[in-house]
Design a protein around this ligand. Structure first.
Ligand SMILES: [Fe+2]
Length: 393
């Protein structure tokens, strides 16, 4: 006989008021988790195993998927009340998922960053909503589905919705509903994983440019770091900061199509070669044109060599037609170029590089206020590199 699992608030289970802590109630007449129905395609679902209890933080590795591959059905992080962790975790573990149990929000964030799970399940309420909001602000974790579970409390539900939780379930939750919910969310996440992979491939492609030119080693990482710091300093929205960081990696993506004879040329370029070099802005934008995730990055790639007075390239646009993010990456790019050695000149110090940027603002190439704020960051030492691992958002 199939077991019936129900999740309900501990207050209902014990008669004691306990906020949003959860209890998973197990039918006393059954001792198995529900078995999956056979699939129509002839492949079986991961086989259930006896439920086990999680003690504190840790990981339970469930059976492998039997769909022909040697991979788990998915990875879940369960955080919150210890009974919730143990019982929800045990249920999902029995269904073939790798389950990581976190005692609190801090530990959950660490696990998410290390393990990149498919779903996060947390108690509802302020702690769960805050965890969700923190994940949504993290470029590497923002697409992880978050399911909050709590009793029928309108305030907790609204907190979850405001924090962009994927779903807020009210207790009692049927075990079958929870399992189906997790399964469908993982299926959905596979699509965003594919999008992310396309993004990652382009970033890898961009880094091959560095590999071709030893003089630009570390340029992508520094650009990512500096541009992210610059955007945060100016109080830009989190998606714009992410775009700046991505722009730091991808701004010169189009150089991948340039021949070594021009890209790596140590001496002066012939009269025709600068025009070939300038095409990297258009080529890079073209390479990214089908990726919705790079919507804010494409103008950075195309416009990072434009100037406010219209003397830049490739389009010669001016003033506010040059996107703010492209202007910012242009400043960062110029600073990094000036402060690193080139085959035809030595590296300049930060102070000298800032003088050059200030001059370029004076003659109308760059916005004075942006350059001033960037110089301020230099002067307080905020652009010291390395500042730690530079994740790519
Ligand atoms: Fe460039």
């Amino acid at each position: 006989m199939a077991a019936v699992y129900r999740i309900m608030s501990s207050s209902a289970a014990t008669g004691m008021p306990s906020g949003y802590a959860l209890r998973l109630l197990i039918d006393p007449h059954a001792n198995q988790v529900p078995r999956h129905r056979p699939r129509m395609d002839g492949q079986s679902r991961p086989r259930p195993v006896a439920q086990t209890t999680l003690h504190g933080a840790g990981v339970r590795s469930g059976p492998r998927s039997s769909d022909g591959g040697n991979h788990p059905a998915g990875t879940i992080v369960v955080v919150g009340d210890v009974h919730n962790r143990a019982r929800v975790g045990g249920l999902l573990h029995a269904c073939g998922y790798v389950v990581h149990a976190a005692q609190d929000q801090r530990e959950a964030l660490e696990i998410v960053r290390q393990r990149t799970p498919d779903v996060v399940i947390s108690d509802a309420g302020s702690a769960g909503a805050e965890l969700c909001a923190r994940l949504r602000d993290d470029p590497l974790a923002r697409f992880v589905p978050v399911v909050l579970i709590g009793d029928r409390n309108e305030e907790a539900r609204l907190l979850g919705i405001e924090a962009v939780a994927t779903d807020v379930l009210c207790t009692p939750v049927c075990s079958g509903e929870l399992i189906q919910k997790v399964r469908s969310l993982i299926r959905l996440k596979r699509y965003t994983d594919d999008l992310d992979s396309a993004d990652t491939i382009l970033a890898t492609l961009a880094r091959t440019i560095e590999a071709r030119d030893p003089y630009t080693a570390g340029h992508c990482d520094r650009m990512t770091q500096y541009a992210g710091i610059f955007g945060t300093h100016l109080g830009l929205a989190s998606d714009e900061v992410v775009a700046l960081r991505r722009g730091g990696v991808l701004h010169d993506l189009g150089k991948v199509a340039l021949p070594d004879a021009i890209l790596l040329k140590a001496g002066p370029l012939t009269s025709a070669e600068p025009d070939v070099m300038k095409r990297h802005t258009q080529i890079g934008e073209h390479l990214c044109q089908d990726l919705k995730t790079l919507r804010l990055v494409r103008p950075i790639i195309r416009q990072h060599h434009e100037r406010l007075d219209g003397s830049g390239y490739p389009d010669g646009i001016s003033g506010e037609d040059v996107s703010l993010l492209a202007q910012m990456v242009g400043i960062v790019d110029a600073y990094d170029a000036l402060t690193t050695v080139r085959p035809y000149r030595a590296a300049q110090g930060p102070e000298a590089a800032c003088h050059v940027l200030a001059h370029e603002a004076e003659i109308g190439w760059r916005r004075r206020d942006l350059v001033s704020e960037f110089i301020r960051l230099c002067q307080i030492g905020a652009l010291h590199y390395p500042l730690g691992p530079p994740p790519i958002g």
